[in-house]
Design a protein around this ligand. Structure first.
Ligand SMILES: C[S@@+](CC[C@H](N)C(=O)[O-])C[C@H]1O[C@@H](n2cnc3c(N)ncnc32)[C@H](O)[C@@H]1O
Length: 272
């Protein structure tokens, strides 16, 4: 995949959205790190690290006695992550530009890793099994993998249901799948883990509901404000339906109903 092909883009709006998303889901990822027994001194691989927001959370846990290598195909994101790491004095973070479907080549010469993290990246790649295989190869025996990704993307809905939102979710899933991604990737992961020598230790789902006054409301709200117009520009959603969607979100902001966010599945596995 080239930078242009990442379905959500790598512009400033996506950079800001990923920062917000990391803040909103930081409690969930921190618990996953604890459940997977991430420790000081470990070598960590952040697969599809984006601008590095989760990488820095990982770097906090492993401290300077460990290290975090973030891999992403976007030069813009890796440059951003590298600059932020320098500004914050996180010398044990390193970024690498590369396709996570070709991890064997990207990681050539690297020592085995103790821990790998892949959040919201397997759902975007045409060959998620290649990513899982590469992660399995990169981990030391006993190394852990934590994945957070989507399953049942259709679970994202306004409550009460609204026509505009149903259309926007359907358009998103259509576009995403058309680019080779899978918004329901979670259902395919356990079989891939088993095939590549990763024992599934724990699986759980996180379903969040947000009222207009909740901080979590910013997640779907900023998502649709940024992605709705992109769907229109790509001919996937009519302008009038996008306008209706923005009005429907305004109603929620004003206290009428709420949003059910898409279900996020969490998997923890061990390399056997
Ligand atoms: C939704 S972002 C998630 C970023 C980060 N994991 C996080 O949770 O904040 C998806 C990331 O996957 C990256 N990506 C998509 N396809 C990729 C590929 N084939 N190889 C490497 N990175 C890829 C994108 O550039 C983007 O940074």
């Amino acid at each position: 995949m080239t930078e242009r092909e990442y379905v959500l883009g790598t512009g400033d709006d996506e950079l800001a959205r990923l920062a917000l998303q990391n803040r909103l889901w930081g409690d969930v990822s921190a618990k996953a790190f604890r459940r997977a027994e991430l420790k000081m001194g470990q070598r960590v691989l952040d697969v599809g690290c984006g601008p590095g927001y989760a990488s820095f959370d990982l770097a906090d846990v492993v401290t300077r006695y460990g290290s975090v290598l973030g891999v992403d195909e976007s030069e813009t994101f890796i440059e951003h992550a590298t600059q932020m790491a320098e500004a914050r004095g996180i010398a044990h973070f390193q970024g690498a530009v590369g396709d996570v479907q070709e991890l064997d080549a990207v990681l050539e010469g690297q020592e085995p890793f103790d821990f790998a993290y892949a959040r919201w990246v397997l759902c975007f790649v045409p060959d998620p099994e290649a990513v899982v295989r590469g992660i399995a190869n990169a981990l030391a025996p006993g190394g852990r993998l934590a994945v957070q990704d989507y399953f049942d993307y259709n679970s994202m809905t306004l409550v009460p249901r609204r026509r505009s939102h149903d259309l926007a979710v359907a358009a998103t899933m259509r576009l995403w799948s058309g680019r080779g991604g899978d918004p329901d990737i979670g259902q395919r992961l356990p079989a891939m883990f088993e095939k590549h020598g990763l024992r599934l230790d724990d699986v759980r789902a996180h379903l969040r509901v947000a009222r207009g006054s909740d901080t979590m409301f910013a997640w779907p709200n900023t998502w649709w404000h940024s992605f709705g117009p992109k769907l229109v520009a790509m001919g996937e959603l009519a302008q009038s339906d996008c306008d209706e969607l923005i009005d429907d979100l305004k109603k929620i902001e004003n206290g009428e109903g709420f949003v059910q966010c898409p279900a996020v599945y969490e998997f923890i596995a061990t390399k056997i």
